[in-house]
Ligand binder design. Structure first.
Ligand code: ZN
Length: 185
C-alpha cells in the first residue's frame, strides 16, 4: 500500500479513537489537533522520510489515553509502528510522580524515533500552556510543568536541532505568558 494511504488511515483511526477527548486547556480543542501537531512536527523534523514515524506520532496517545490494544495497532499498522507507540507510552500502573520521574530517567535510552515523538509532544504541550492553559492549573503548576518538560528534553538532545529549537521557543513563550507585561516607559 502506498505510504501516504497508510498515514491517512492512521489519521482517520486517531480521529475516531479520540473522538470524545478534548485538550485540557480553556480552548478545549479536539484531541486530534494535538495528534496532528505532533505528527506534523516529526514529519518536518525528518523531511517526511519516515512514514512509520508519522503514523506512530498520530497514534502516540492511543494506548495511553484510549486503551487501544497494541495488538490492533500491530495488525493495522505493523510491528515497527507499534514498537514506537509502546516506547512512548507511560506505564499507567505507576503513580503519577513515579511516571514523571521515569520519563526523565528513560529519555536518553529511547530510540531516535521515540525521542522525536517525545520532543514534539512536549513542544505541543508547552505551546498549549502559552495559549490555552487548563483553567485549574495554577501559575506554580504551569511553571513546574515547564521545568519538568525541560528536564525530560535534556535527555532527548542531539536528536533534531530544528525540533529542539521549536521546543525552546515553546518553553520561552510558556514562561513569558506568565510574566507581567513589559513596562511601556
Ligand atoms: Zn501527546
Amino acid at each position: 500500500m502506498k505510504e501516504w494511504v497508510s498515514v491517512l488511515r492512521a489519521a482517520d483511526a486517531a480521529a475516531r479513537w479520540h473522538a470524545h477527548q478534548r485538550r485540557k486547556g480553556i480552548a478545549q480543542e479536539p484531541y486530534i489537533n494535538h495528534l496532528l501537531e505532533v505528527a506534523s512536527l516529526v514529519t518536518e523534523a525528518t523531511g517526511g522520510s519516515d512514514p512509520d514515524l508519522v503514523i506512530a506520532a498520530l497514534l502516540h496517545d492511543a494506548d495511553e489515553d484510549q486503551e487501544v490494544p497494541i495488538q490492533l495497532i500491530i495488525r493495522e499498522f505493523g510491528k515497527r509502528v507499534a514498537d514506537i507507540v509502546v516506547e512512548v507510552t507511560d506505564d499507567k500502573a505507576l503513580p503519577k510522580d513515579e511516571r514523571k520521574r521515569k520519563q526523565i530517567e528513560t529519555a536518553p535510552k529511547k530510540s531516535r524515533e521515540a525521542k522525536l515523538i517525545k520532543l514534539a509532544d512536549k513542544t505541543s504541550n508547552l505551546r498549549t500552556i502559552a495559549f490555552s492553559p487548563a483553567a485549574d492549573w495554577s501559575v506554580k503548576r504551569r511553571l513546574e510543568y515547564v521545568a519538568w518538560a525541560t528536564e525530560v528534553v535534556a535527555g532527548l538532545r542531539g536528536t533534531s536541532p530544528w525540533l529542539e529549537g521549536q521546543f525552546e521557543e515553546a518553553a520561552d513563550r510558556a514562561i513569558k505568558s506568565l510574566e507581567p507585561p513589559m513596562a511601556s516607559v
